[in-house]
Design a protein around this ligand. Structure first.
Ligand code: KIV
Ligand code: ZN
Length: 527
């Protein structure tokens, strides 16, 4: 009789660790969209945010908790009673709530960041995990910088957390420092040396500073871990976290040597990757494993020859298994509403009537300007519509004079809260002129931190996808806006406006009170 396989719990932290990476901030609606897709994908645990960080984070975690059908909803809290209570409030409406609390354990963090002794930290673990457990039956405790913590002291911390009621013990490689063998050894040591280690599930949370986050996570499973923390597209602090799609496909594709069960539906991975790339405005590198544009492309003659004879010569998994549909020429200007609707369904979109009407009008406008419309064009068009639906400002008209003669001049009409105004500005190039025109119509304090353009498909009539990252000079918070249009300058103006709108929404929701700068050093609220 075959033995049933151990389950590996997939814990997604795109909305917490991922959203923490500078510029990847998402709006409330974007967070709800990502959470809904993660739930549909059957991710076991969704870390929805860090409720104490801001009013906006609290509201997003609470709303996700209310709406989620299947996944456990976790919120993050520092080892501070106020954080833990606020987190408990935010997740309490979830069908399956979890409080995730953490404290640093490594000597360097204790000496310079916390200014606490090892004994003091042990007391903190006891008090905070006990408090969390009084509010919620499902409590995860994390030892921040676990991989740089002496194993004997780490074992005492784990023991204290389990005794106080933690049901999951997460030992993160916070700074992406460890290597696979060391990671395996760390978990084997904890499981062998902590008296009640079988009372909790062990978990790994690996950062990718040395490019080993996924390898370290898989080694941790070998060491007895049964929960992996990861993010879509590997988004996260600095070099990011272990990529969820890589973990899931490693477990599915190499189940012969990694014989574990995993609930995640792989056919939704591509959609999730595209959604997260769109809302975070972090493009996916072309040769990224599983979800990169080239992940299933075969260029060399020998490879193409092999593929024609048998797909398995050069493909270890099929593109369809991760939800890649063949790039197809979909429609043109004669395509009707029904064809457009069924295309959207194929691409995984479920739009409300209003959003559908809006997308159809914009599809027709695009079809008038661009002969061939591909799946990627439709995705860019719909994602942009979703992102800009709530914006107060809209581009009504833009004319730019560019070329060798100069000065480059932009004439721009913006609609701000229903009022239209026009201005003409010059600049050092057409993009600069366009941004100067926006600044003239809507003066603000934000600083341009990044401007990035790439083509959505091939050809000189391809839509340009532009990302603009702005930094609020007062708070240091960065946000990114994104837009696509066959005209690069129109896409640039819309992306700039999208970023400005995001900054305003953040300010209104009180998120600016939890800025990146104020979170730095001793006052830092985030992990
Ligand atoms: O990297 C880290 O240590 C974290 C913890 C808060 C889990 O993100
Ligand atoms: Zn982390």
């Amino acid at each position: 009789m075959s033995k049933s396989k151990d389950q590996v719990i997939i814990f997604d932290t795109t909305l917490r660790d991922g959203e923490q990476s500078p510029g990847a901030t998402m709006t409330f609606d974007e967070k709800l969209q990502v959470a809904a897709l993660l739930d549909e994908m059957r991710v076991d645990v969704i870390e929805a945010g860090f409720p104490i960080a801001s009013e906006g984070d609290f509201e997003a975690v609470s709303e996700i908790a209310r709406r989620t059908e299947h996944s456990v909803i976790a919120g993050l809290a520092r080892a501070i009673p106020g954080d833990i209570k606020r987190c408990g409030e935010a997740v309490k409406h979830a069908k399956r709530p979890r409080i995730h609390t953490f404290v640093s354990t490594s000597p360097i963090h204790l000496e310079f960041q916390m200014r606490k002794t090892q004994e003091e930290v042990l007391d903190i673990i006891h008090e905070t995990v006990t408090l969390a457990r009084s509010l919620c039956d499902d409590v995860e405790w994390s030892a921040m910088d676990a991989t740089r913590t002496p194993l004997d002291y780490l074992a005492r911390c784990v023991d204290a957390a389990i005794k106080a009621g933690a049901t999951t013990i997460n030992l993160p490689d916070t700074v992406g420092y460890t290597v696979p063998d060391e990671m395996r050894h760390l978990f084997v040591t904890m499981r062998e040396n902590v008296a009640n280690s079988d009372k909790a599930i062990f978990s790994a949370h690996c950062h990718n500073d040395l490019g080993m986050a996924v390898a370290n996570s898989l080694a941790a499973i070998d060491g007895g871990v049964r929960q992996i923390e990861c993010t879509i597209n590997g988004l996260g602090e600095r070099a990011g976290n272990a990529a969820l799609e890589e973990i899931v496909m490693a477990l599915k594709t190499r189940n012969d040597v990694l014989p574990y069960a995993c609930n995640v539906k792989p056919e939704l991975l591509t959609r999730a990757s595209k959604l997260v790339a769109a809302v975070s405005s972090f493009p996916v590198q072309y040769n990224k494993a599983i979800v990169g544009r080239n992940a299933f492309a075969h260029e060399s003659g020998i490879h193409q020859d092999g593929m024609l004879k048998n797909q398995e010569t050069y493909e270890i998994m099929t593109p369809e298994s991760v939800g890649v549909t063949k790039t197809s020429l979909v429609m043109g200007k004669h395509s009707g509403r029904n064809a457009f609707k069924s295309k959207l369904e194929d691409l995984g979109y479920e739009l409300s009537d209003n959003a559908f009407q809006d997308a159809f009008v914009r599809f027709k406008a695009l079809a008038d300007r661009k002969k061939h419309i591909y799946d990627e064009d439709i995705e860019a068009l719909v994602d942009e519509g979703i992102a800009s639906a709530a914006d107060r400002m809209k581009v009504v008209a833009l004319t730019v004079i560019a070329g060798t003669m100069g000065p480059q001049t932009a004439t721009l009409t913006l609609d701000i809260d229903g009022q239209q105004s026009t201005v003409q500005s010059v600049g050092n190039g057409p993009v600069d002129a366009t941004f100067n025109a926006i600044n003239a119509l809507h003066p603000h304090e934000a600083k341009l931190a990044l401007y990035d353009v790439h083509a959505v498909t091939e050809g000189t009539d391809a839509q340009a996808e532009v990302s603009v990252r702005l930094e609020d000079v007062e708070t240091g918070r960065q946000v990114t806006g994104r837009s696509a249009d066959p005209d690069t300058l129109v896409a640039s103006a819309k992306a700039y406006i999208a970023a400005l709108s995001k900054l305003e929404v953040k300010r209104m929701r009180g998120d600016a009170t939890a800025p990146v700068k104020a979170l730095a050093g001793a006052e830092r609220r985030g992990p």
